[in-house]
Ligand binder design. Structure first.
Ligand code: CTP
Length: 414
């Protein structure tokens, strides 16, 4: 999501400057282009060279250091940025922004900025709670800037309070949400997509169950890419893997629970992607007490579970229906059979007999089957990369479906 985004990080003078180093590193790692501007006080905590090396860009410090005669550097920098972050935002810098004061490079550039601004306040809790600081924050949010809530916890002063610089994980989650809010041209903006992930667990007794090797990685990777492309994502999963911010997660266990959740939301969704490995059979009776080893032979009666994908295929109206096919043999024939029998628009088939793809590994190689086009093979790659390619295909199919619908409407109306 951050790939090639141009981000200015304004660094003000507080102890959390050292934590901003990790933030800049993470932004770079995610593909953003970063330029850093520091106040003089900030340079007392961390040398500009640290940010220069990490961002691979010169660090801006002095309003009057005009190296390039063709540009006024603070205006040029303000015009360059897609997004701005103030980290840490001290009480002093917030007071200056609230009152339009521009007396150094950071505040002068901030006055010239016209991109969305994301602010990470960090200060002593008494300073944070001071009525003047509260008033400044209120004013700043009225400018349309986004202010994070600092963490509550152990402060540099040696006591607990609200004002701590938030954990990087929370910053990145909220910053990604902030970007999604401001990106208006994302291809899946306004689309509701349900993704299922993980292997279901069918209970035998309170301590035993039937399941499979699916980790949920492919489904979770798909959910993240769909979110990055602007979709409103509902992830129905059996997995405890991390879920990217902004994705609504519903945790389920059995095939029946998964079915109930999918069925609840399917009518209002634009697409369903069944990446879950749903058990085909479930014990007929779940024992409420642990089965003891008293008998030489225990027979387990299994009944077929509901085929979620097929059921949704019979109910589908405008939805784009995507299924997976986990195969060990006759991949093409089996995938094409599933495509038709389950009334899907797309089947993503993988050969689960091989160790480096499919279940419980970080890589995958898949072939995409549709009714209209030749199969498309996506060669072995990380699941995140495969997810991006699958989502590109889904986007083009949704677009095609919408174009067909508007053609039909036009014909019917003429
Ligand atoms: N699926 C489902 N409900 C089930 C079983 C499978 O919705 N009870 C979905 C899976 O999520 C997947 C697709 O159907 O998207 C194909 O699953 P797969 O396990 O490959 O095939 P099955 O339909 O279960 O058939 P078989 O096991 O005989 O290959």
């Amino acid at each position: 999501m951050l790939k090639d985004k141009k981000i200015i990080v304004f660094v003000a003078g507080g102890i959390a400057v050292y934590k901003t180093v990790a933030l800049v590193r993470e932004l770079i790692k995610q593909g953003a282009q970063v330029k850093v501007a520091m106040t003089e006080n900030a340079t007392k905590f961390v040398a500009p060279l640290t940010f220069q090396v990490l961002s691979q860009n010169k660090v801006f410090l002095d309003t009057f250091e005009e190296e390039d005669s063709e540009h006024v550097s603070h205006i040029h920098l303000a015009d360059w940025a897609d997004y701005a972050i103030i980290s840490p935002a001290t009480a002093n810098v917030l007071a200056k922004i609230a009152n339009g004061i521009a007396d150094d490079f950071v505040t002068t550039t901030l006055l010239a900025i016209h991109c969305p601004v994301f602010i990470i306040p960090a200060m002593n809790s008494n300073m944070y709670m001071n009525p003047a600081s509260k008033n400044n924050r209120m004013k700043i949010s009225q400018f349309g800037y986004t202010l994070m809530e600092p963490d509550i916890g152990f402060l540099a002063e040696g006591y607990e309070g609200k004002g701590r610089y938030p954990e990087l994980f929370r910053i990145m989650g909220e910053f990604e949400q902030f970007i999604l809010k401001h990106e208006i041209n994302l291809p899946l903006k306004g689309k509701k997509v349900i993704v299922t992930a993980g292997g279901t667990k069918e209970r035998i007794d309170p301590v035993r169950y039937i399941s499979n090797d699916s980790s949920g990685k492919m489904g979770h990777a798909l959910a993240k890419v769909l979110r990055d492309k602007g979709a409103e994502v509902l992830l129905i999963t059996t997995s405890s893997l991390n879920v990217a911010a902004g994705i609504k997660k519903v945790t389920v266990s059995s095939a029946h629970e998964m079915f109930k959740e999918v069925d609840k939301y399917f009518a209002t969704a634009d697409s369903l992607i069944m990446a879950a490995a749903v058990s085909d059979y479930s014990p007929k009776y779940e024992q409420n007490k642990k089965i003891k080893k008293d008998n030489q032979l225990v027979q387990l009666e299994l009944v077929k579970t509901v085929d979620i994908l097929k059921t949704m295929g019979s109910k589908k109206k405008k939805q784009l229906l995507v299924g997976f096919a986990a195969e060990t043999n006759d991949l093409k024939e089996n995938a094409q059979k599933k495509l038709i029998e389950k009334n899907c628009d797309l089947i993503i088939a993988n050969d689960v007999s091989q160790k480096d793809r499919g279940f419980n590994v970080d890589t995958n190689e898949v072939t995409l089957f549709t009714l209209k086009r030749e199969p498309l093979q996506l060669s072995l790659n990380k699941k995140e990369v495969i997810a991006e390619k699958i989502v590109d295909k889904i986007i083009s199919m949704i677009q095609e479906k919408e174009d067909e619908e508007s053609d039909t409407n036009r014909k019917n109306n003429s």
